[in-house]
Design a protein around this ligand. Structure first.
Ligand code: AMP
Ligand code: MG
Length: 483
């Protein structure tokens, strides 16, 4: 076989049995590669160009494991919709950690690869539609410059899986800085083994936060570092109208990447209460709740670290609480700056917050599309002008234009700033569904075309009009989890 250049050095595999189960993917009947991410492969310094379709299908289904891999299912727990549960990789195996030529280490994980010790009542399998959905949306997030796990390949297994109706089975190859979650810490903390917790903390610091390796209080600094990453992440989500859908603590990555694309979706009409997930009946993970949930999850993370922060538990809790209590102020500051960027505003003005909130309120009241409103402000005509003839909007626009004139701003400068942060295209729900319906019937063309459209979301392009239009009948759009 030609050289692919896998470069495995599997450190998580070398941790003790408490952290994982050693297990291979369960072979599948008739693997058939449907997507391979060449760009991602080349950024990993992997070369699949000389490998046959048949061989690739075997590799990305887990039927043929690369040399140097050591497959494991990772143990973790998590608060699911607020309730603590023991979980673990129930349908995924980490085949190893690959290092590219720039010395960046990546987890290579198969999702949908069969039962593990953590499968509970599940079959360990995944369906084609949801795996293609994860591929599409994670690539969209990457192109939007938002930290995310990525998708290297999707393979059909040639086996049907049993859901409400039989569905085509599939395996997704997921690439992540690591799959360590808040839930990983919760699992180890629940075992009440301080030695294991220390091992996990040191592992995470070495792998993701080496700058705090010599710090006086590593646990406290880790909490601060993860909090910064998570605030930045959720602000990015708010910027583009992304709704994760299942922000359980097992779906919050310690490295700060967006992980686990289940019932996620992008908001079209601006409504802070937007929820798409069919299982989120209380709106726990609604668009506007995402920052609060981030803080809630970080508090669960802080609880795990208490025994490592200080020997004196009281002191430890006080120190951790002080950090968690800074969340709101930090978030608000960063959120305001993000929104200033979206509006092309340089510097700080006392009235910025009300200017921003008044626009959001107008969008909400008048049911305007979030993405397209900012396109309109950037003078990109993708929405009917009459939508913006509204008096309230015109009054707001005058205030905005007055604000634009201060702090040495110019037209070129503010447009440049806005164009960097306001996408022209997002993976709109009806277009995602359209592509996946075709893919389920064997036609991958719309998915491939969509992936191409989503490549440079901040640039003007021909033929993107239909991807910019909100759906006319999107009101009851629902997404489903764990399929
Ligand atoms: P998720 O909703 O994808 O974050 O998954 C939550 C938990 O359920 C994780 O522990 C998954 O591994 C597990 N899980 C989801 N679907 C399946 C399945 N079909 N078989 C086994 N475990 C599953
Ligand atoms: Mg998950």
């Amino acid at each position: 076989m030609s050289k692919i250049n896998w470069n495995f050095n599997n450190t998580y595999f070398n941790l003790s049995r408490s952290f994982k189960e050693d297990i291979d993917p369960v072979p599948v009947r008739n693997p058939d590669l449907v997507l391979l991410n060449d760009k991602l492969a080349s950024s990993l310094d992997l070369d699949f160009s000389k490998i046959s379709h048949k061989e690739l299908s075997k590799i990305f289904s887990g039927n043929l494991l690369p040399e140097g891999s050591n497959s494991i299912a990772q143990a973790y727990a998590g608060h699911q919709f607020g309730h603590f549960t023991m979980l673990g990789d129930g349908r995924a195996v980490l085949i190893g950690e690959h290092t590219n030529k720039s010395n960046i280490k990546y987890d290579i994980q198969f999702k949908g690869s069969g039962k593990t010790a953590f499968s509970r009542n599940g079959d360990g399998r995944a369906a084609l539609g949801p795996m293609l959905r994860e591929y599409l949306i994670s690539e969209a997030m990457f192109n939007l410059n938002i930290p995310t796990t990525r998708s290297l390949a999707v393979v059909k297994t040639g086996e049907d899986i049993v859901r409400d109706t039989p569905l085509q089975g599939a395996v997704l190859t997921r690439v992540a800085l690591s799959h360590i979650r808040v839930g990983t810490f919760q699992y180890i903390a629940a075992r009440q083994r301080k030695d294991e917790l220390e091992i996990l903390m040191n592992y995470v610091i070495k792998r993701h936060y080496p700058n705090i390796e010599n710090s006086q209080n590593k646990a406290l600094d880790l909490l601060k570092a993860v909090m910064e990453k998570q605030i930045d992440l959720v602000i990015n989500w708010m910027r583009v109208g992304f709704i994760h859908g299942v922000m359980n603590t097992d779906n919050m990555s310690i490295s700060g990447e967006t992980i686990d694309y289940g019932p996620c979706a992008f908001m079209d009409i601006y409504d802070p209460k937007t929820v798409f997930s069919s299982i989120d009946r209380m709106g726990r993970y609604a668009y506007c709740n995402q920052p609060f949930i981030t803080k809630w999850n970080l508090s669960r993370f802080a609880e795990c670290l208490i025994s490592l922060i200080d020997k004196d538990q009281k002191k430890s809790i006080k120190l951790a609480t002080e950090i968690i209590d800074t969340f709101e102020k930090k978030y608000e500051e960063k959120w305001l700056n993000m929104m200033r960027n979206k509006l092309g505003l340089y510097g700080v003005d006392d009235k910025d917050k009300s200017l921003i909130l008044d626009l959001l309120t107008w969008m909400h009241q008048k049911k305007k599309d979030y993405t397209n409103t900012f396109c309109h402000l950037m003078n990109l005509k993708n929405q009917k002008d009459k939508d913006f003839e509204d008096n309230d909007f015109q009054n707001w626009k005058k205030r905005w234009q007055d604000r634009l004139k201060i702090k040495n701003n110019t037209y070129e400068k503010f447009i440049k700033l806005m164009r960097r942060v306001n996408p022209l295209v997002i993976p709109r729900n009806h277009k995602v569904e359209e592509a996946l319906n075709e893919a389920n019937q064997g036609n991958l063309k719309p998915t491939i075309q969509f992936l191409d459209i989503l490549k440079n979301p901040y640039n003007e392009k021909k033929n993107i009009d239909e991807y910019q239009m909100p759906s006319l009948s999107n009101k009851n759009y629902k997404t489903f989890c764990g399929t």
